[in-house]
Structures are given as structure tokens and as C-alpha cells.
Design a protein. Structure first.
Length: 158
């Protein structure tokens, strides 16, 4: 089987808001982002990949594990990666989303999308994880395909 055929034969998993997916298997994780953010993580040595999809920056309830919130989704993703054999110092991160897709959500306060991007960056910095790529902000949504076999990500604005 050629590399192209193997690539085409890979299963696809759709990631909904508030979910994470961590695996050592080759799959394509697909999701749609507006103001939401997805952080894709890849450990090239352990070949562990993971991605989250969150809606809001941080939970108002202390100790909540609701993965619709960035602070909880980031911690759960990082913990799941380590449980599968990843090492935080080797992780490469890619951040996507955080658009301001509705004019009503912009104004004097920082837009939700920008706050989502900020929480992702903050948690990654606290853990010493390097951001290898980023496509955030703007006014259009994005369709994301994250390939867990090699940590590559493809984004199309929609």
C-alpha cells in the first residue's frame, strides 16, 4: 500500500465542542471552529497525538472539569497525553480557531475567541510546551483536519 493510499484509508473522528481525542492510532480528527479553539498536540518520539475543542476560556466554578471550558479542556488533554506515554517537554502544539464570527461579540471587551486563544497559550506556556504553528483570530470559521499519524494539521477557512 502506498503512503497516499494509507493516508486516504485512515478513519475520521469528528470532534464536538467539549471533547478531546488522544490516540496512538492513525486517524484524522475533524472539527469546525468559530470562536472555539482546538489545540493539537504531538509527541514525535512516543507518537502520541491529541486534540481538544473548547467553547469558552475558563469555568466560573472552581474545580470544575467541564471540557467546554479552555482551562479544563487543556488540563484534561495534557493529562491524557501523559497517560498515553507523551512527555510534556517533547510536545509540539498547534492552536486553531478563536475567530470573532459575529460583530455583536466584538467591542470594548476582548472577544470570546481571543480569550480562548489566550487561555490556550497561557496553559501551554505554564507547562513549557512550544507552539509550533497557529492560525487564530480573524472573522471566519475554520474546518480543521488533524492527522494523528504525524501531527500535521490542515485548516480551511469557511
Amino acid at each position: 500500500m502506498s503512503a497516499a493510499t494509507a493516508f486516504e484509508a485512515t478513519a475520521t473522528v469528528y470532534l464536538h465542542p467539549g471533547q478531546i481525542h488522544v490516540t496512538t492510532e492513525p486517524v484524522i480528527v475533524a472539527t469546525i471552529l468559530g470562536s472555539c479553539v482546538s489545540v493539537c498536540l504531538w509527541d514525535p518520539l512516543a507518537r502520541v497525538a491529541g486534540v481538544n475543542h473548547f467553547l469558552l476560556p475558563s469555568t466560573p466554578l472552581r474545580g470544575s472539569e467541564d471540557m467546554r471550558f479552555g482551562n479544563a479542556a487543556m488540563e484534561k488533554l495534557l493529562d491524557a497525553m501523559v497517560q498515553r506515554g507523551a512527555v510534556a517537554s517533547r510536545l509540539l502544539a498547534k492552536i486553531f480557531g478563536g475567530a470573532c464570527v459575529m460583530q455583536g461579540f466584538s467591542g470594548p471587551r476582548q472577544a470570546i475567541g481571543a480569550q480562548n486563544v489566550d487561555i490556550a497559550r497561557e496553559v501551554l506556556a505554564q507547562r513549557g510546551i512550544r507552539i509550533a504553528a497557529e492560525q487564530t483570530g480573524g472573522t471566519r470559521g475554520r474546518k480543521l483536519h488533524f492527522h494523528t499519524m504525524n501531527g500535521s494539521a490542515y485548516v480551511k477557512e469557511i
